[in-house]
Design a protein around this ligand. Structure first.
Ligand SMILES: NC(=O)c1ccc[n+]([C@@H]2O[C@H](COP(=O)([O-])OP(=O)(O)OC[C@H]3O[C@@H](n4cnc5c(N)ncnc54)[C@H](OP(=O)(O)O)[C@@H]3O)[C@@H](O)[C@H]2O)c1
Length: 238
């Protein structure tokens, strides 16, 4: 049975993933809200899943997690920090650490072991916001862009070492992260957490590297936005 590290396991997408992976994978469900994940595993009777405390912004906690856990076959990054208010600068370090730096630290720890075996899988949930910066969430989108760019580079390396690398760009997901943005939450472009989890698992099980847009329409939308000349794009208020 493949061993999975599910980072940010209390996320709505991660919980759906646990339900869909139940019985087929052995899961280390790492979360800063360890008690909630433990209760979820118990309530849903998820087999072969163990809750482990991990706040990725706590460097000591992250180091001890990396030191004590067995090498995984698959790592899935589902943690994310989104702040957009006028005081967003107060969250700069936390957002950079959570959405980018911690992911790189974890990947650096497991990559060599995977490369030695010639197999493994790294899956990051980034965002369509990584494709082109927008004024409404410039800090979040730039942290996701940094991680997405790193994953893109890893895909090249993975091709040579046999490691599968996946970048998930979900668009809007009706999770607790989006709940305060009623317009986006209700949008027809929004996916359910279960839909996002299904698209992640399908891609992992395909064995192929690549970028996945949970709702296919997002690939088209972002393609259009990426091609848009700056003189037009800059006049928009996204
Ligand atoms: N919702 C969207 O529209 C959307 C769109 C694009 C991408 N994404 C990405 O999709 C992924 C899953 O998010 P979601 O939609 O399922 O939202 P979510 O339910 O809010 O999940 C985000 C998770 O990140 C965890 N987290 C935040 N800081 C952390 C830290 N320092 N250490 C460990 N965990 C931490 C949160 O923990 P707690 O449960 O303890 O708060 C939460 O469980 C995230 O990477 C997010 O950025 C979401």
């Amino acid at each position: 049975m493949k061993k999975v590290w599910l980072i940010g396991a209390n996320s709505d997408v991660a919980k759906e993933l646990m339900l869909q992976m139940d019985g087929k994978y052995s899961i280390v469900a790492a979360s800063r809200n360890y008690c909630a994940v433990k209760d979820f595993i118990k309530k849903k009777k998820i087999r072969r899943a163990v809750a482990v405390e991990l706040d990725v912004c706590n460097k000591d906690n992250l180091e001890s997690f990396l030191f004590s856990m067995q090498q995984p076959d698959i790592v899935i990054f589902s943690q994310g920090k989104l702040e957009t208010g006028s005081n967003v600068g107060d969250y700069l370090d936390e957002m950079v650490q959570c959405n980018y730096v911690a992911c790189i630290r974890i990947i650096e720890k497991v990559w060599k072991g995977m490369a030695d075996k010639g197999k493994g899988c790294i899956t990051g949930i980034t965002s369509v916001a990584a494709d082109r910066g927008k004024m409404s969430n410039k800090l979040y989108s730039s942290t996701k862009a940094a991680f997405s760019c790193y994953l893109q580079a890893l895909m090249q390396e993975g091709e040579k070492t046999g490691i599968q690398v996946i970048d998930i760009k979900p668009g809007y997901i009706r999770s607790k992260m989006l709940i305060s943005n009623r317009k986006a939450y209700k949008s027809v472009l929004a996916a359910e957490p279960s839909e996002a989890a299904t698209s992640i698992l399908q891609k992992i099980e395909s064995g192929r590297s690549g970028t996945v847009y949970t709702k296919k329409i997002w690939r088209l939308i972002m393609w259009g936005l990426k091609l848009m000349p700056e003189r037009i794009y800059n006049k928009m208020s996204l």
